[in-house]
Design a protein around this ligand. Structure first.
Ligand SMILES: [Fe+2]
Length: 202
């Protein structure tokens, strides 16, 4: 049985040209909702978040839209594996840097280097806003990708234990106290969606 949905961040309208273009760019990506919700959570956690943080949040995983990226071995359950996380983060930073660079005058609305830095740190967090982008990604993961995590178990992509480990890691890595508190509620909700042992064996 699934518990009631915890409180969720309100949707934030797209109010700059570069964000509107970024939303169009990421739209075909299968996890575009996760990206857009990361931006909403970011603004909730940090209402004055500069455009660089907002663009970073809404594009941080985009390398996965393009073939040839690093491959995550779900079955291993080592969710902090640096040989996946770092290439993934850096490849996204490169993709976004190239996309911004090709936008022409609109790219002058943001510091491309700052967007790249925040995306490169989105899995591990860091100084000057990087912790907040990481926390927003974590909250959005729990909200939008709990179902995907459940499907990994149902399809045999990873064990129930590994999936539970992914959800727990998503909360434990958060370094922003207010976000951690919100994530604890989402963790219960997401864990509740994992199949019971018998379902997982089918
Ligand atoms: Fe993400």
């Amino acid at each position: 049985m699934t518990a009631g949905t915890p409180w969720a961040a309100p949707v934030v309208p797209l109010d700059t040209e570069v964000e509107a273009l970024a939303a169009e760019w990421v739209e075909p990506y299968s996890q575009a909702e996760h990206l857009m919700r990361a931006r909403d959570w970011l603004v909730h956690l940090h209402p004055g978040a500069p455009v660089e943080m907002r663009v970073a949040a809404m594009t941080h995983d985009i390398e996965r839209m393009f073939p040839g990226g690093p491959v995550l071995r779900h079955a291993d359950g080592d969710w902090d594996n640096p040989f996946y996380l770092f290439p993934h983060s850096l490849r996204s930073a490169e993709a976004v840097g190239m996309w911004l660079g090709a936008l022409g005058p609109v790219s002058a609305q943001v510091s491309v280097g700052e967007v790249r830095r925040l995306i490169a740190l989105h899995e591990v967090g860091g100084l000057n806003g990087a912790d907040v982008v990481q926390a927003a990604d974590s909250l959005s993961y729990l909200e939008t990708l709990a179902g995907l995590t459940r499907d990994w178990v149902l399809s045999g992509t990873c064990s129930r234990e590994a999936a539970a480990g992914k959800l727990a890691y998503t909360v434990e890595r958060i370094r922003v106290p207010a976000a951690r508190e919100l994530a604890e509620q989402w963790l219960i909700w997401a864990m509740d969606q994992l199949p019971v042992a018998q379902e997982a064996l089918r």
